[in-house]
Every structure is written in C-alpha cells, then in structure tokens.
Design a protein around this ligand. Structure first.
Ligand code: CU
Length: 280
C-alpha cells in the first residue's frame, strides 16, 4: 500500500511544489490558451482513469496477499485456486482496457482535429499566417510581413519579400485571438513548444507546417525547442510575447524603422533649417 499512497500524496503536493504544468492562464490552474485548457482537461481525465486503475489494482493486490496469508494458517485445508488460463478472466481484462482506450481515442478526436486538421482551425486563421518561424541550429528565425501603406501588416508571402521584417528568438503575436504561424526547419528536426499554452509541433525538414494558437492573457511566454537537436539544443530558449493589437503594430513599426535605418541620424525638428516665405 506504500506506493499508491506515496503516488497520491506526490500528485497532491505536485502543483504547489512546481512539479506540474506551468499555470499562467486567467482561469486558475489552467493553460494560457483555450485549446490548452481542453488539452489539460484531457490530461486530467487520463490521470483520473490511471489513478483509479493504479489504486484499484494495488488494493486488490493487498487483499489477495492478505487472504493468501490467512489461507496458509495451520489447520486450513482449503486448496489454492489457480486462475492461469482462465478464459473468462482473459476476456474481461482484454475487453475492459480495450473499451477504456477506445473511449479515450474517440473522446480526444475533436481536440486533436482542432489542433492539427487545417479545416478545423478557427476562422481567424483563414486570413493567413502572421509569421514564418524557421528553426535552425540553434535559434528561431522569424519572418513577419512588412507593413502596408495603411499601416496594417501585408499578407505573408511564401517566398521572402524585400519588405519583410525579421527577428531572432522573439515572436510577437496579438493576444486574445487565434494566430497562425508557418513552421519550418533549415536543418535537422526541431520542435516548436509553448509550454504555457500546451502547444507542441515538430518542425520537419522539407515541410511547411501551419500551427495555430491563442494566448488568452497578454505577457511574455517561453518558446522552447522540444527535440534534442544537437549540442546547442539548450540555446533554443526564446520568447513569445502576446500583446494588444496596438502594441503589436508598434512593434512592427519599430522593426521597420530599425531595418530601414541607413546610418544617417534623423535630423531633430529643432535643428531643421527654418523655411522662409517669399513675403519676408
Ligand atoms: Cu532545436
């Protein structure tokens, strides 16, 4: 009984010890994205099933040991019962786990489809990807489309454009709305991982993979590589910043400014030559 009790106790104290998922969402002990919350719910459901199974089998084991010990008492003439080869038992413990697995497989289909099947992506992502994220040994290269004459981002083209904007290890998105990125890799296999949002997707050489997510709270989140991709794997810790639409546009404007900077400082208004009119 020691192990089930210890396991339940460890699960009980795990969140307060920081041995659990990162909880940064606005709704208590949940992920920081609506899809992440649904993934958490799936995880907890599987955890409950395995807990009941684990504790149940341990209790049954304890009971059998207790009964067996009593049966060896002196004066007990009852014969031992051998269950090996019991057809009924074999059928029961094949069908019960099969039903549980089938239930989990069917129950998670909707969440899986929402995350992976492009037709099930939220309608907001149909406007196109906001950035192309290219993993390489050992950093994340991010390409945003430039800003159009109306101050709004242009559509992201599959091929790099002269107006494109670039950052390394710094992905900015708007908060509270589903956004899509195109994930690529330049060399080996990497994995795009936003632990607080429960988003994980392998970057596979030769594939352009659409990945969508929605940060439900503004702030800075961790972006990691979850695939051991070489000696510098640990260096692929980057950040994902979820911010308001205005802040996001401000960020793109500042990128545009720094990328267009030609080394000539802008003349401050006070020093600019004063225009004289013909009347003077
Ligand atoms: Cu990597």
């Amino acid at each position: 009984m020691f192990w089930p009790i210890l396991a339940c106790y460890a699960c009980w104290i795990a969140p307060s010890m920081g041995w659990w998922f990162p909880f940064t969402g606005p709704t208590g002990m949940k992920a920081a994205s609506p899809l992440g919350e649904r993934i958490d719910d799936l995880f907890y459901m599987i955890l409950y099933i395995t807990t009941v199974t684990f504790v149940g089998t341990q209790v049954a084991l304890g009971y059998v040991l207790f009964k067996g010990a009593a049966a060896t008492d002196e004066g007990n003439t009852e014969k031992a019962w051998y269950s090996h080869g019991s057809h009924n038992l074999e059928v029961i413990w094949t069908i019960v786990p099969a039903c549980v697995l089938l239930f989990i497989a069917l129950y998670q289909m909707d969440v899986w489809a929402q995350f992976r099947i492009k037709d099930s992506f939220p309608s907001e992502t149909k406007r196109g990807a906001i950035a192309e994220v290219t993993a390489r040994q050992f950093e994340w290269r991010i390409r945003y489309p430039g800003l159009g004459p109306d101050g709004k981002p242009l559509p992201l083209m599959p091929k790099p454009q002269p107006t494109d904007l670039y950052t390394v290890n710094d992905l900015h998105v708007t908060v509270g709305t589903p956004v899509m990125i195109i994930l690529e890799t330049q060399d080996v296999q990497h994995s795009f991982f936003l632990p607080e949002l429960r988003i994980k997707q392998d970057a596979v050489p030769g594939l352009d993979i659409p990945v969508w997510f929605e940060a439900s709270k503004s702030g800075e989140y961790t972006l990691l590589c979850a695939e051991l991709c070489g000696w510098g794997h640990y260096k692929m810790k980057a950040r994902m910043v979820a911010e308001t639409e205005d802040k996001y546009l401000e960020f793109l404007q500042s990128l545009t400014k720094s990328q267009n900077y030609d080394g000539v400082p802008e003349t401050p208004a006070a020093e600019a030559p004063v225009a004289t009119t013909a009347a003077e």
